[in-house]
Design a protein around this ligand. Structure first.
Ligand code: SF4
Length: 123
């Protein structure tokens, strides 16, 4: 009985040490260099100062500032190819096969349209 109990305790301690070492290695992987952290802190402070300045100017100015921030985020996330893909999807209701076989050669996006190289016959 005693040996069974000690065996269980050793298993639990082994598991705990394994978990803590795993957490430490994850922390190391996720760690960011101090220079990058400083850059991030400075950028955040700058952003907060701009936000406070816009807030101080009144609700209309703050709303404008928020709109500009949203636009900046959207611009960062969207690539030209993503925009073309979205446009073509809207043009032909998202039908990949139709976009691939689009016949509108006069369209300025024709040569850039997505799914051209798709060899998937089940489109
Ligand atoms: S390339 Fe074809 S699918 Fe894309 S926007 Fe032009 S007409 Fe529409």
């Amino acid at each position: 009985m005693q040996s069974l109990k000690s065996n269980m305790v050793s298993k639990v301690t082994k598991q705990q040490s394994f978990n803590s070492s795993k957490q430490e290695s994850l922390k190391k992987k996720r760690s960011v260099s101090p220079e990058v952290q400083e850059k991030g802190k400075a950028a955040l402070a700058e952003w907060r100062a701009a936000r406070a300045k816009a807030k101080a100017l009144g609700p209309a100015a703050f709303q404008g500032w928020e709109w500009q921030e949203e636009r900046k985020k959207a611009l960062k996330k969207t690539t030209p190819m993503m925009a073309i893909k979205a446009f073509c999807n809207e043009c032909l209701s998202g039908c990949r096969k139709d976009i691939k076989n689009c016949t509108a050669k006069q369209c300025s996006l024709y040569i850039y349209r997505p799914y051209q190289d798709d060899n998937d016959e089940t489109l």
